[in-house]
Design a protein around this ligand. Structure first.
Ligand code: NDP
Length: 222
């Protein structure tokens, strides 16, 4: 049976991934940081684990809680947008720290906890954003977020190299998605995004390790 781990599944794209994988009959472990969300995940038939990716104490117990699992698919979804400000508007230290801790330090601390719980064919997707591309620069407000997604692309690349064939690891842009973060005017719904992201992971080949993909499977420039 396919074993799937979704990091950050209380709502939005993460919750939809849990729904879809459960519908497919996969065994799902999903994380959230509040009791209500954990209950919702359990009601969907997932094993729910409490995890705040910005809290080193919370992360410390993760490897132990995942003991015995062998994940074929891992999706790191948790993310924070932070202040919607453009360049030249200095962020507060608190805003900067919150976004960077969640989007960059989070994966750097969480993903190494998974090493013993990866199946030989494991594929790891990290939800980045096309906003993190230095080539595809659009003038959307959120320069701390943009910097964090550029940084997590680098984190993913180091992970991909360090895993050295033990798992395939990629950055994924989920589309502009109707969620709390994307807003209701966004292009696509969570069902479309989640189904597409699953397809991209399923279709990866060895040469894709360390790459950056749009949700439709097209490669994105750094
Ligand atoms: P939402 O804002 O709807 O959900 C964010 C998720 O991240 C929630 O489950 C939230 O949990 C979780 N999260 C945030 N901080 C933490 C934390 N410290 N510890 C654990 N979980 C945390 O976002 P989306 O579903 O729209 O986005 C998912 C991912 O896709 C993000 O990484 C985002 O940057 C990326 N993305 C989204 C786009 C879009 O258009 N929606 C576009 C490009 C990229 P909680 O409920 O506890 O806050």
């Amino acid at each position: 049976m396919t074993q799937v781990l979704i990091i950050g599944a209380s709502r939005g794209i993460g919750l939809e991934l849990v729904r879809q994988h459960r519908e497919s009959g996969d065994q799902v472990v999903a994380t959230a940081r509040d009791e209500e969300s954990l209950q919702r995940l359990r009601a969907l038939g997932a094993t729910a684990i409490k995890l705040d990716v910005s809290d080193v104490v919370s992360i410390a117990g993760l490897a132990w809680q995942l003991d015995g699992f062998q994940f074929n698919r891992v999706m790191y979804v948790a993310g924070l947008y932070g202040p919607r400000t453009i360049g030249l508007q200095p962020p507060s230290q608190a805003d900067f720290d919150a976004v960077m801790h969640t989007n960059v330090l989070g994966p750097m601390r969480v993903l190494p906890q998974l090493l013993d719980a990866l199946a030989p064919d494991a594929r790891i997707g990290i939800l980045s954003s096309r906003m993190g591309s230095l080539t595809l620069r659009a003038n959307s407000a959120g320069w701390v977020y943009r910097a964090s997604k550029a940084a997590v692309n680098s984190v993913m690349k180091d992970m991909a190299l360090a895993l050295d064939g033990r798992a395939l690891c990629v950055s994924l842009h989920p589309g502009w998605v109707k969620t709390d973060m994307g807003g209701q005017e966004a292009d696509i719904d969570v069902a479309t995004s989640a189904a597409s992201l699953r397809k991209v992971l399923d279709g990866l080949t060895a040469g894709d390790n360390g790459a950056f993909f749009n949700y439709d499977g097209q490669p994105l420039p750094w």
